[in-house]
Design a protein around this ligand. Sequence first.
Ligand SMILES: N[C@@H](CCC(=O)N[C@@H](CS)C(=O)NCC(=O)O)C(=O)O
Length: 215
Amino acid sequence: MYTLYYSPGRASLAIHWILIHLGVSFEARLIDFVTKAHKSPEYLRINPDGTVPTLVVGGARYFESAALALMLAERHPAGDLDIPQGAPERSDYLQWMVYFANTLQPLYRAWFYADEVGGAEAVEAVKAHARVRIERVWERVDARLRETPYIAGKSLSAVDFHATMLMRWSREMPTAADRWDNIAGYLDRMRALKSFSLVHEREGLEMWPRVLRGF
Ligand SMILES: N[C@@H](CCC(=O)N[C@@H](CS)C(=O)NCC(=O)O)C(=O)O
């Protein structure tokens, strides 16, 4: 039994989605960002950074969406989201997961929390810098998806849930990820998963992308 602390659409989305997809038993606890519940003393005792997601596993608390995605896939091999040691796609699986967590997520942090970097007066410059680099990531990912149906290769894996969540975050940016053709086709495949609609329903999110091209 897991407990997931989440806020709709945020970095907890991929973990919520994976838990649903795997069909494992979990309790989802909403952390309301409007009332700043993520900075409440109670939540800071659970997650000292005051961020989501937090996943409680057998009484122990774990953080970092990319690590949680890898952990859940590994703990539930029957769900077929893991690419285990020795499998040919393992290196790509790990490389892309770390690339998204290490390169793309900090750029999103700069985009969504632009004042953290250089104060209010630097917001526009920080966002412009982040935007260019996020779009470069989509170029790279689009080139990858021209070669393979999923991020790690032929098989769907945990990294696809993480990648799709990060693509969704671009939906209101000047150039959303689904403007790249291979990414758009990929998102059609991800959106066809039953668990995709389920997590959107449970988090009260509008389906994205709005336009389906592959069906
Ligand atoms: N690297 C962390 C980032 C977690 C994170 O920053 N989550 C955001 C929501 S997307 C958050 O909780 N922000 C609140 C804050 O930073 O105060 C992860 O991937 O889990």
